[in-house]
Design a protein around this ligand. Structure first.
Ligand code: 4AD
Length: 465
């Protein structure tokens, strides 16, 4: 007999009267005076659990009456039209096998009641059994599948870029060092520096902060590529938007400029949000009810309307004219902080903004210098409720301009020799961006903190599970 996912039973894949086996975990159990029990069983395949009816004629009915939240069971039964309100279909059990008991129900942390999201974080191994984390997980999966589909349909190749690297892509020094040196007995050079020649890779190595520099090499050969993988930042930011380990999607396009990748980012966001609305209506209804009532409306609006494009210089004027008292003062040349981004996206525009052409001094070394000599062809996409979700740019493809920039920023040419080669051998204009995956999932679901949209969050002081 088929082992049926709950989603198939509820969607009517099996005829009324047909025998099915369902397996999963008990969410709740309710006994009626008429001598039967109703068990809500979930298996993660969709938001709703299926209702299982257990009659007291079952040989192990006493076991059924001991079922508590979290017990694992296997049910054989027939599909029935439901008498009660709510679901159309349920299962009348002919057998219920208890696969795994909950040892002591009083100590089971995921008992069927509403827990705070902070409480759930303490139980990263059990929280996927809750409604909220189950819904986040399905939406996260839907988004990542849609991202791959989007790029595949447009002829992009997925490139696996390395996790271990010697390059600091962002030049911000926020890297986790990877070393095989004996910490109790660190080898030193004559000058007293750490002697990395004795380390595994023969030089200082880190966890990558971005796959961009690597993916640029493939872009300069395969034309349209992207990387999608984990990235790491040792920035000590204890905020609701920062993780030490997060996933990033980084497309890179040859013969393209900033406007081209801004459009690509807009198309991609619309495509993946549409996929969630179509494929995860059950989970989105839950988020709208429990987390943020506007969450479906704003996705529908995003899918339908053009993104606003705004120059950094104009944004500064808007912020100055807003009459708001910002904690961080606004002036041309400052980096926009989260309060500025939020004001612009939430109050001024009320929809995602593509912010472009930032001052060169606040942006990374690889961004293409604009003709004004002051700004670079960079863009950030700011979303209401979360702020920056995408950062991207046209890359500096002119070797002389690039070298000048490296020198001004005090970076060593030698460290970028292979990257410079791309500018020496058949250089082309190219551009790309990085989408912070957890920020996207948070935006789509309305979840307030990126720690709750990644299975095992890594933040300062937290890498236990
Ligand atoms: O703006 P960032 O640092 O850009 C890059 O890494 C470029 N190399 C991307 C590229 O052009 N290929 O980061 C890109 C995005 C941000 O917009 C943000 O959404 C996310 O990555 N991000 C983080 N997400 C969670 N936790 C952190 N600590 C993050 N840092 C950046």
């Amino acid at each position: 007999m088929t082992h049926a996912p709950v989603v198939d039973v509820l969607k009517g894949k099996y005829a009324v009267g047909e025998q099915v086996t369902v397996k999963g975990w008990v969410r709740t159990r309710r006994d009626s005076k008429a001598g039967l029990s109703f068990v809500a069983l979930h298996d993660g395949s969709c938001f709703d659990p299926v209702q299982v009816i257990a009659l007291n004629s079952l040989s192990n009915y006493q076991d059924v009456q001991r079922l508590t939240a979290g017990c694992a069971i296997a049910v054989v039964g027939s599909v029935k039209e439901s008498q009660g309100q709510g679901q159309a279909l349920e299962i009348e059990a002919s057998t219920i096998d208890v696969v795994g008991w909950v040892e002591n129900p009083d100590t089971y942390p995921m008992a069927a009641k509403r827990h705070s999201i902070e409480f759930l974080r303490e139980y990263a191994h059990l929280r996927p059994r809750t409604n909220v984390i189950g819904a986040v997980t399905r939406v996260r999966n839907c988004l990542s599948q849609a991202i791959h589909r989007f790029f595949h349909e447009r002829g992009y190749y997925w490139i696996s870029t390395p996790i271990l690297t010697a390059s600091d892509t962002e030049g911000a020094g926020e890297m986790f060092r990877v070393s095989t040196l004996d910490m109790m007995n660190i080898p030193r050079t004559d000058k007293g520096d750490v002697d990395y020649s004795q380390d595994f890779f023969g030089k200082e190595t880190y966890l990558t902060v971005s796959g961009q520099l690597n993916v640029e090499t493939y872009c300069n050969a395969m034309s349209k590529v992207y990387t999608f993988g984990p990235t790491f930042r040792a920035e000590n930011s204890n905020t609701s938007r920062h993780l030490a380990e997060f996933w990033m999607i980084e497309p890179e396009v040859a013969f393209a400029d900033l406007a081209d990748v801004a459009q690509l980012a807009e198309d991609m966001l619309k495509y993946v949000c549409k996929a969630v609305l179509e494929e995860r209506a059950d989970d989105m209804a839950f988020f709208a009810q429990r987390i943020n009532k506007d969450v479906i409306n704003r996705l529908e609006k995003l899918v339908k309307s053009d993104f606003v494009r705004m120059d950094y210089t104009d944004a500064i004027e808007i912020l100055k004219a807003s009459g708001k008292q910002f904690e961080f003062p606004v002036d041309w040349g400052v980096d926009l902080s989260s309060e500025h981004e939020r004001y612009l996206a939430e109050e001024h525009v009320g929809a995602p903004i593509i912010m472009q052409n930032y001052p060169k001094d606040i942006k990374a070394f690889y961004m293409r210098l604009n003709d004004d000599g002051k700004t670079v062809a960079a863009m950030d996409i700011l979303a209401p409720g979360i702020g920056e979700i995408i950062g991207g740019s046209q890359r500096e493809e002119r070797l002389d301009v690039f070298d000048e920039r490296l020198e001004k920023m005090g970076l060593d040419k030698e460290d970028y020799s292979w990257y410079r080669d791309l500018r020496r051998y058949g250089t082309v204009p190219h551009a790309g961006f990085g989408l912070g995956f957890e920020r996207l999932v948070a935006y789509v679901t309305g979840m307030q903190n990126v720690r709750d949209v990644i299975p095992f969050p890594r933040t300062p002081g937290n890498a236990s599970f």
